[in-house]
Design a protein around this ligand. Structure first.
Ligand code: 5GP
Length: 218
């Protein structure tokens, strides 16, 4: 019997280092663990950016297609973020979980609220920047954005951070390696729960318990 996959949500303001953390976790886990892990590919109406591929980073659709998917109840959750629609396909996630794949949703706080209502077993993680100053430094990046754009991003980041206490776990991404250890710990915590181990270690426990029965009968 397949152990059903775990569903995780990772939310963070942009600049907190969420994408780098997820990528490092996937790389590390897919080398070390027999358990597959994937990041869900959302649908979005925003424009494709250089370096992005349709179907890999997002399923890029237009607004009428997105609205049609809403009317078909195709989404676990959807939200408007920075003036564009984003949504998580329900059928795709359920199929992955049924195959025993641990699935990560990289979604905002609005999406996290909706998934929590539909699937209370979801594990939610908020990634926080270590300080306002560091966040601003990261958002300024290569220094190509105007002060006005940076101020807008900082306001959006603050709005996202105001929801930190709705999450099960909070990781402060100050030291990247420590943040990765923290995230790995959260994933392992879920995988080691008794209800999952009862399925994963079924053969072991049936042998252990069979011996007990023999001894008890003697
Ligand atoms: P970006 O356009 O920079 O890739 O993502 C912008 C924001 O949208 C990020 O905070 C990201 O977490 C969020 N986002 C991406 N996909 C989804 C989704 O399917 N649902 C929701 N609610 N938010 C999403």
């Amino acid at each position: 019997m397949t152990v059903p996959g775990n569903l995780f949500i990772l939310s963070a303001p942009s600049g907190a280092g969420k994408s780098s953390l997820i990528n490092a976790l996937l790389k590390q886990d897919n080398q070390a663990s027999a358990r597959p892990m994937q990041v869900s590919v959302s649908h979005t109406t925003r424009d494709i950016r250089p370096g992005e591929n349709n179907g890999e980073h997002y399923h890029f659709v237009d607004v009428s297609e997105f609205k049609q998917l809403i009317s078909q109840n195709a989404f676990y959750e959807y939200a408007e973020v920075f003036g564009n629609y984003y949504g998580t396909s329900e059928a795709a996630i359920d199929a992955q979980l049924a195959l025993g794949i641990d699935v990560f949703l990289d979604i905002d706080w609005q999406g996290a609220q909706q998934v929590r209502m539909k699937k209370p077993s979801v594990t939610t993680v908020f990634i926080s920047p270590p300080s306002k100053e560091e966040l601003e430094k990261r958002l300024r990046g290569r220094g190509q954005d105007s002060d006005e754009i940076i101020a807008g991003r900082m306001a959006a980041a603050q709005a996202e951070c105001s929801h930190y206490n709705e999450f099960d776990y909070v990781i402060v991404n100050d030291d990247f390696n420590q943040a990765l250890v923290d995230l790995t710990t959260i994933v392992n915590n879920q995988r080691l729960k008794c209800r999952q181990q009862a399925i994963a270690q079924q053969a072991l426990f049936s042998k252990l318990l069979a011996n007990n029965e023999v001894e008890a009968a003697e």
